[in-house]
Design a protein around this ligand. Structure first.
Ligand SMILES: Cc1ncc(COP(=O)(O)O)c(C=O)c1O
Length: 425
């Protein structure tokens, strides 16, 4: 594969025009859409309209006239089409962490009512820390314990008669491992447990089938593959058969059956609306809608299936180029080689220098990120490269690996300026 071959792949890519939806800085190779998605061109004008017209001129009347109150449901319905959910089943609200708190609490209430002897939450040790922290807190509250497994292969065996919940992130943020949602949800159900899924690295990155694959609860992130902007609101979905059985604990007025009745007692709304808490974040949700629309623009071109095929071609190319062109420099592949088990990222492990190598790449205009390992837990330091099929080109992958090769061959990453850690890595 030469650089010209990569350019030829871009020339024949039926999804290539989707990149024009984004305001990418000139010359930058951005491989961090799994952390913060790129700014869509439509967002600035839409946010300006919300601020100057809807807020500036419409003021309080815009809650009705501009449909502000329905934004969580309206944008939720759009996201539902990307994750195999039906309209009315998913809302946009709060952060992923907060939504996880709500769904774990509802799921544990369900199990307390149906099978109170079940007191274990099963998850992966390498799950994203906020998921583990929130689960730890709820476990304490419900008198449960958290059982963490060290590898995907150990998950099914960890489910048994004491398991209340299986809580997983569909694509592991460190390794890029894509769990089989259908198989693992079925395994959870066979053991009598419920399946709670975090879609932070899968919604907008690959086809997700929440209903068909048997998920019970799901949360997801707005600022990664949905391109909603920094700190964009997150989303929450609950299987319709569970949704009105229990209350989520954050009983704010926007989740009330009749918020404007102003009654002193809380009565939850029917359906997923009860998973709302306080006033919707209007400007941020409007920006998120622009990001979600960039994915809906792919529907006439084959939708998530077509995006997935391109994402796999990109990560396959990255993997094979890194393994051939950067061989002998201490990198090992940490993401799955098997297409069926890989999310939309390539992860490379290195015993030392991973942080500095990522910094040296960023200085060259190739933006990936670094995720710290933990020797005690057997987790290596990781260089992470996310591909976003809406805007990542084959030539970006080729150029990124060439920069990586040059950084390793020249040893420039050893310069002290690349070893100074910022707060956000
Ligand atoms: C799997 C996963 N869940 C949740 C989050 C973040 O949650 P929050 O938006 O609440 O900070 C991340 C952030 O990277 C993540 O990777």
């Amino acid at each position: 594969m030469t650089r010209d071959d990569a350019l030829a792949l871009d020339a024949e890519d039926p999804l290539a025009a989707l990149r024009e939806q984004f305001a990418l800085p000139d010359g930058l190779i951005y491989l961090d859409g799994n952390s913060l998605g790129v700014l869509p061109r439509s967002t600035a004008a839409r946010v300006q309209q919300v601020v100057t017209e809807e807020w500036g001129q419409g003021l309080i009347g815009s809650w009705n006239a501009a449909g502000w109150m329905q934004l969580p449901q309206r944008v939720g319905d759009k996201i539902a089409t990307l994750v195999g959910a039906a309209p009315g089943e998913l809302v946009v609200a709060d952060s992923t962490s907060v939504n996880l708190f709500k769904v774990l609490s509802a799921a544990l209430q369900m199990q307390q009512a149906d099978a109170p002897q079940r007191r274990v939450i099963v998850s992966e040790r390498s799950n994203f820390p906020t998921d583990l922290y929130i689960a730890e807190s709820l476990a304490r509250q419900f008198g449960c314990t958290l059982r963490l497994v060290n590898s995907p292969q150990e998950i099914a065996a960890a489910l048994n008669a004491d398991t209340a919940l299986l809580m997983l992130t569909q694509v592991n943020y460190r390794t890029g491992h894509l769990h089989d949602m259908a198989d693992l949800s079925a395994a959870a159900h066979a053991a009598g447990a419920l399946a709670v899924w975090d879609l932070a690295h899968s919604a907008g990155a690959l086809p997700v089938q929440l209903n068909a694959d048997g998920a019970d609860f799901a949360v997801g992130c707005g600022y990664k593959y949905l391109n909603g902007g920094p700190g964009a609101p997150a989303f929450v979905w609950v299987r319709p058969t569970h949704v009105s059985r229990f209350r989520q604990p954050l009983s704010g007025w926007i989740g009330h059956a009749a918020p404007f009745a102003f009654t002193p007692g809380y009565q939850p709304a029917e359906g997923i609306t009860r998973y709302l808490c306080g006033t919707p974040s209007v400007t941020a949700t409007a920006a998120l809608e622009c990001g979600v629309d960039t994915l809906l623009a792919a529907l006439p071109l084959g939708g998530m299936a077509a995006l997935r095929a391109k994402s796999l071609a990109l990560t396959r190319l990255f993997t094979s180029l890194a393994e051939t062109r950067c061989a002998g420099h201490g990198l090992t592949l940490a993401s799955p080689r098997d297409d069926a088990r890989r999310g939309s990222q390539v992860c490379l492990a290195r015993d030392d220098g991973a942080y500095a190598i990522v910094q040296a790449l960023i200085a060259r205009g190739v933006v990936g990120d670094f995720r710290a390992g933990d020797a005690a837990d057997g987790l290596p330091d990781i260089l992470r490269f996310g591909v976003t099929p809406l805007y990542t080109r084959f030539v970006d992958v080729w150029d990124a690996v060439e920069h990586l090769r040059q950084v390793l061959v020249s040893g420039e990453w050893q310069q002290s300026r690349f070893n100074q850690r910022s707060a956000v890595t």
